[in-house]
Design a binder for this molecule. Structure first.
Ligand SMILES: [Zn+2]
Length: 168
């Protein structure tokens, strides 16, 4: 029983800290925005967004997947690769990716083909980073963008359309 009570106390303290912290951040944020209008206003963020979107145009061929090297052993008992601690034959490089829940594996016939794939995967990671940055920036813009003054409440039709779009 005492253990349970103790846990409750910790939880309460945790929530309390959370509330205090939340209030602190909010007041701090408000003050920050009043004092320095420039760094976080919508115009500045929109400029950043335009630059970010331009970077998307510089992306080359890209594709997802992870590259792995697989050690090969031919299986002949007389071969050096059969010895313990032998590095084996030249590693085989594979690109694996998930397609509809299944792992698809691709191997490369030569180093040039591998290098090409490496470049494409690197480019995919660049694309992912750019996408994450773009979403983060947009979230900031969405928060800061003021709601336009409108003529009051929803119409019945708007309500229906909205609810339908949310349920999808
Ligand atoms: Zn061998």
């Amino acid at each position: 029983m005492t253990g349970g009570r103790h846990g409750g106390a910790i939880l309460r303290d945790f929530f309390f800290c959370g509330i205090v912290l939340n209030v602190y951040i909010r007041t701090d944020n408000l003050r920050y925005r009043k004092e320095t209008l420039m760094p976080d206003d919508v115009d500045t963020l929109e400029t950043k967004r335009s630059k970010l979107l331009e970077e998307f145009l510089s992306l080359g061929d890209l594709r997802p997947g992870s590259l792995t090297a697989v050690m090969r052993r031919c299986g002949k008992p007389s071969c050096h690769c059969a010895k313990r601690n032998d590095p084996g034959h030249d590693p085989q490089f594979r690109l694996t990716r998930r397609v509809a829940g299944k792992t698809v594996t691709e191997t490369f016939p030569n180093p040039t083909a591998l290098r090409k794939a490496q470049q494409e995967v690197t480019e995919f990671h660049r694309f992912q980073k750019l996408s994450q940055d773009l979403v983060a920036l947009n979230e900031k813009i969405c928060r800061l963008r003021p709601v336009e003054q409108q003529r009051g409440g929803w119409t019945e039709q708007e309500k229906k359309t909205l609810l339908r779009s949310i349920r999808k």
